[in-house]
Structure formats: C-alpha cells, structure tokens
Ligand binder design. Structure first.
Ligand SMILES: [Zn+2]
Length: 145
C-alpha cells in the first residue's frame, strides 16, 4: 500500500500545481526516489494507471521514475559510503555510528504539461504560441508515515 499512498500524493500535488498554473492536461510526471525507499516500480506503474483514470487531467499521462543512490554518513570518519553495499556499518572504521543521508526520499522531479493554448489558437488565431508544452515546477519531498 506504500505505492498507492505515493501515487495518491503525487496526483494530489500535481493537480494542485496544475490548477494554480491553469494547466488542463498532464503529459508526464517524473519521480525520483531513493534506492532504499522500498518503492516497487512495477506496483507504482500499476497503481498509476489505475488511479489516474479517475482524473481527466491525467488521461494518458506517463509516469517516469529515476532512482537516487543511497548514501550513508559515518559520524566517526566524517565521510559517506554506499548504503546498499555496506549497510549500517562503516566500511572504513567499522563504526555503527552512521545514518542514512540520502536514499529514502521520494520527490516529484518534473511535470510536463501539454500546451493548453494550442486548440484555442486554432479558433481565435490571435494568441501567439511557441508550439511547445510546458513544465511545472514541483518541489517538496514525500515522507512516508
Ligand atoms: Zn567510519
């Protein structure tokens, strides 16, 4: 259910931004999530397809995912190392005095939207159009409960 909550959150956030920007159609959403966040991409895509059907704005919207490598900080050596490779024990000094710096987060990296003025242009012929879609700025991290 982790993934369902995430999809729910993403749709909510993107809808909110889209409304503010007066965007009517989402083209794609790019998510970044940590290597050790426990998110299963195949579930994510399944839920995405199922859940976005309820929202016309998201019709046919593509979900893209990017992974953020997990990095752990050793407080004794004051250095970082790969979490997936070494876990909670520092490979340099053997200390357990470590914590995860990155790799457990989820962020909306990018939202691509369709050029909503394209159809209006055809009718009025007055508005200038660059013919390209736009991108929405999304920020904030998703923190699972
Ligand atoms: Zn160390």
């Amino acid at each position: 259910m982790h993934e369902l909550g995430l999809v729910n959150y993403v749709v909510e956030q993107v809808s909110k931004i889209a409304e503010e920007q007066n965007v009517k159609k989402i083209h794609s959403v790019t998510l970044q999530f940590g290597e050790v966040s426990g998110i299963v991409t195949s579930y994510l895509h399944d839920y995405w397809l199922w859940y976005t059907k309820k929202f016309p704005m998201f019709e046919g919207a593509e979900l893209k995912t990017e992974e953020i490598p997990a990095v752990t900080w050793c407080d004794d050596c004051k250095i970082t190392y790969s979490t997936v490779q070494y876990g909670k024990t520092c490979p340099h000094c053997g200390s357990g005095n470590t914590w995860l710096l990155r790799g457990n987060e989820m962020m909306i990296k990018e939202v691509e939207v369709e050029d909503v003025d394209a159809e209006a242009d055809a009718d009025s012929g007055a508005k200038p159009s660059d013919g390209a879609g736009g991108k929405l700025e999304a920020s904030g991290e998703y923190r699972p409960q």
